[in-house]
Design a protein around this ligand. Structure first.
Ligand SMILES: [Zn+2]
Ligand SMILES: [Zn+2]
Length: 369
């Protein structure tokens, strides 16, 4: 706890380090926090010079107030300060799901102030130092406790000035007692300072954002054109599918009418709707295909009868599951057809799928078996 070891004592408004004054109460210093008398401890060899309250009390501000006032005094005296670095990434999402990025960067730089105000009331909070440079102001907060100051940041971000924080709460008594180390920590150490608000950084970020938005705008316009083209192509495809479907329906209706007409013209047949009869019809269409259609035909997936190779629909049945598959018949069909039909499940399946044929296959002469 450094709070009990106080680095600076105050006399007549001036801060002294403990080794700069007489030992003990003869230092004639008071605590920068509570203004009570201090004892200087500066003649022990193993003791880092410091002050203590002459009478113990519950003051914990002596350390913080002294270090902060000494830091602000340094800034006011030197009128210069290292500004923190700033690195920020600006991002804009495009409609095609990309993320455009641009890095915004402020290099750390030492500024020289025209004047420095100490402990300025900013309405609800203190600016520990306010640096003026031509018409610009920079508000500086000196942090001397470990806790985060979110509320202070919010208040500072609401002001129309740049603001930064110098965090000195890690400094040891030895470092504070060493004027060179203390000065480096306050004025120049890049590791202990951050921007709370950087007006210049915001302007750079705004410029980068506008640039990215302009690029994104072009990408989005192109994407919308492409989307419109995709949608138009899809619409055209849908129309084409609908047309194809309508054409198929139309052709099927014409086919059904033709089937009915053929059925009406057919004379009564000796083949009734039995499995054996169906087997003979299937065999008959196979022989016919071999003889009349050069061994090529299309086979109905419902009734298994073969139609001429250029047919779109089964000539014989009107089963809703009917589709036509091209087949090529082997020249040995005539000698094997009876055996094939006996072993085949096709006649049975044919009867089940299409119990009644609309048109019966017509053969010049049913082969005798
Ligand atoms: Zn005190
Ligand atoms: Zn059929």
């Amino acid at each position: 706890m450094y709070e009990t070891k106080i680095p600076f004592g105050e006399r007549d408004g001036i801060l002294f380090r403990a080794y700069e004054v007489d030992n003990g109460l003869r230092c004639r210093c008071i605590c920068p926090g509570c203004k009570q008398p201090l004892n200087a401890a500066n003649n022990g060899e193993k003791v880092v010079p410091h002050f203590r309250h002459a009478k113990s009390n519950d003051c914990f501000d002596g350390f913080r107030e002294g270090a902060r006032r000494a830091a602000v005094a340094l800034i006011a005296q030197r009128k210069q300060l290292m500004l923190p670095a700033l690195i920020e990434t600006v991002r804009v999402a495009t409609q095609d799901g990309r993320l455009l990025e641009e890095m915004v960067e402020l290099q750390p730089v030492v500024i020289h102030a025209d004047s420095v105000e100490r402990f300025v009331d900013l309405g609800g909070l203190r600016g520990h130092a306010v640096l003026h440079q031509s018409h610009r102001q920079l508000i500086v907060r000196i942090k001397l406790s470990a806790r985060m100051e979110h509320e202070r940041y919010r208040q500072l971000e609401a002001l129309e000035h740049s603001s930064m924080e110098i965090d000195l709460h890690h400094l040891t008594l030895e470092q504070i007692n060493d004027p060179a180390k203390f000065e480096h920590a306050v004025l120049h150490d890049l590791a202990n300072r951050i921007w709370i608000r950087s007006i210049r950084g915001e302007r750079l970020a705004e410029n980068a954002l506008q640039k990215l938005q302009s690029v994104a705008g072009k990408i989005n316009a192109q994407w919308q054109l492409e989307r419109a083209a995709r949608e138009a192509a899809e619409q055209a495809r849908q129309i084409e599918l609908a047309n194809e479907k309508a054409e198929l329906q139309c052709a099927l209706e014409a086919h059904r009418a033709k089937q009915l007409q053929m059925a009406a013209e057919q004379s009564a047949t000796t083949l009734d709707n039995t499995v054996q009869g169906r087997a003979e019809l299937i065999a008959g269409t196979m022989l016919k295909a071999l003889k009349e259609w050069s061994g090529r035909a299309v086979e109905c997936t419902a009734c298994y009868l073969l139609s001429p190779p250029d047919s779109r629909f089964c000539l014989y049945c009107d089963a809703s599951t009917s589709k036509l598959n091209p087949v090529t018949l082997s020249p040995d069909i005539p000698s094997t057809i009876n055996l094939r039909m006996r072993c085949s499940a096709k006649p049975n399946t044919s009867m089940r799928n299409a119990p009644i044929l609309i048109v019966r296959p017509y053969f010049d002469k049913i082969e005798e078996h």
